[in-house]
Design a protein around this ligand. Structure first.
Ligand SMILES: Cc1cc2nc3c(=O)[nH]c(=O)nc-3n(C[C@H](O)[C@H](O)[C@H](O)COP(=O)(O)OP(=O)(O)OC[C@H]3O[C@@H](n4cnc5c(N)ncnc54)[C@H](O)[C@@H]3O)c2cc1C
Length: 392
């Protein structure tokens, strides 16, 4: 009998990576195994995130991975993706922490900030000494952020911001929030503001009762006539283009991350199926279970190739938001379906936190919804191929 194939790289995707890419990927993988996985169950049960790991993540170049200058790691898009894949193999909450910090909090400062803002915040954020969050979603406005109610009104050389943000990752542990607010009546007037923790009128509370992404802090932000200096406004962008370009960066990382979650549930269920004996033989020997592994490994291989090509396009400056939508939509759905199959393979153990499967499965329900729901990415693709918008 042939040796069983162990691993997930059935198409030698590894052979398409260069030495640096493999090195960073393997270092991150080791760190996740040694430093994060021993903590995850405790944090998942408690509904907390181990923020003390942030400086270590900074040292490894996991915060703002592909940003250049200002103390940022300056690595390629492919390396950023591989790192996100390994982080999410640990937990979607861990990858979310890095995504929000790098793509949603550091990126807008890096891309749209003033020189003074970049120098003040980016080096400390890259080092994990300052934590950021991204406040776009509101209680009544998720998929249509252009309808946001949060307002910023100019008063001399200050802005007065009032409103509420909800579902904000890292909100209550963040030292600073990127808050998006309308400065006039419509979405074309949206501007980004850097609001520091402790600013009078600004507070954050934790969202309790989550079944998903429990090892990640999710918060509401309250802004009651918060006064910030004009110098805290991001000067180089106006309109929805600002937040949407940040989301495009984060969605790219999510497309890679989902592959990591799928690999985690595939490995856990394969190990389990080989050990678990029913009717006198390992359940891995039953055709119904093998069909699930055939589906999982096929989809994982396709998803790996998809993100690697997306990463190569990104590094060549040629990727488009539609390609990112396709990859986020495809890979998150793929990972969620893999997690559901894996959970079934584990039987009753599939619902227990001794195994990582249910944790990944419930996490992926959030990943399916945030950064543009699956439906919204469907509509983006639909518009692209038909030329007709079905959004409204
Ligand atoms: C754990 C977690 C962390 C998050 N972190 C952040 C964060 O850090 N910062 C931030 O700003 N936001 C964050 N979000 C918010 C997230 O981005 C929103 O939940 C998401 O955009 C969807 O918005 P909504 O929940 O209001 O759903 P809605 O927009 O109300 O959508 C509800 C349903 O209607 C569907 N729908 C909406 N519009 C259409 C349409 N035109 N056609 C067809 N169907 C439609 C959607 O697909 C969905 O199925 C987070 C969410 C979660 C769960």
């Amino acid at each position: 009998m042939a040796e069983p194939f162990y691993g997930t790289d059935l198409y030698n995707v590894d052979g398409l990576l260069d030495e640096d890419e493999r090195l960073v990927r393997d270092n991150v993988a080791r760190w996740v195994d040694d430093r994060f996985l021993p903590l995850v169950t405790e944090h998942y049960r408690a509904g907390t995130f181990p923020t003390e790991l942030a400086p270590e993540m900074g040292e490894m170049g996991l915060l703002g991975t592909s940003l250049q200058g200002y103390g940022c790691p300056s690595m390629s898009g492919v390396i950023y993706g591989l790192a996100m894949e390994e982080l999410e193999r640990g937990d979607s909450g861990l990858r979310s922490f890095a995504s929000v910090q790098g793509s949603l909090a550091m990126f807008p400062i890096w891309k749209f900030g003033s020189e003074a803002q970049k120098e003040k915040y980016l080096p400390k954020m890259a080092a994990g000494q300052l934590i950021g969050c991204f406040g776009l979603t509101e209680p009544d406005h998720g998929s249509d952020p252009g309808g946001m109610k949060t307002r910023a009104v100019k008063d001399g050389d200050e802005w007065v911001i009032s409103g509420e943000k909800l579902w904000i990752t890292n909100g209550s542990v963040a030292d600073l929030a990127i808050v998006w607010a309308k400065t006039g009546e419509d979405a074309s007037t949206i501007r980004g503001f850097i609001v520091e923790k402790g600013t009078p009128g600004f507070s954050a509370y934790d969202v309790k009762g989550k079944f998903s992404l429990r090892a990640s802090v999710t918060s509401g932000l309250v802004l009651e006539e918060v006064r910030v200096k004009d110098s805290q406004m991001l000067p180089e962008v106006q309109g929805l283009k600002g937040p949407l370009s940040c989301l495009n960066q984060a969605r790219y990382g999510i497309a890679w991350g989902a592959v990591g979650a799928a690999i985690a549930v595939y490995r856990a269920s394969l190990d389990y199926a080989k050990d678990r004996v029913q009717f006198g033989r390992p359940i891995a020997g039953f055709q119904l279970q093998q069909a699930k592994f055939a589906d999982m490994i096929s989809e994982i291989v396709k998803a790996q190739l998809l993100v690697l090509q997306l990463g190569r396009l990104k590094d060549a400056g040629k990727h488009t938001p539609v390609q990112v939508s396709l990859a986020k939509r495809n890979n998150v759905k793929m990972a969620l379906e893999a997690a559901r199959m894996a959970r079934e393979i584990l039987g009753a153990n599939g619902i227990h936190d001794e195994y990582p499967v249910f944790r990944h499965m419930t996490n992926l329900e959030s990943v399916y919804t945030y950064e543009g729901t699956h439906d919204i990415h469907t509509l983006i693709l639909g518009k692209h191929v038909t030329g007709i918008s079905a959004f409204v």
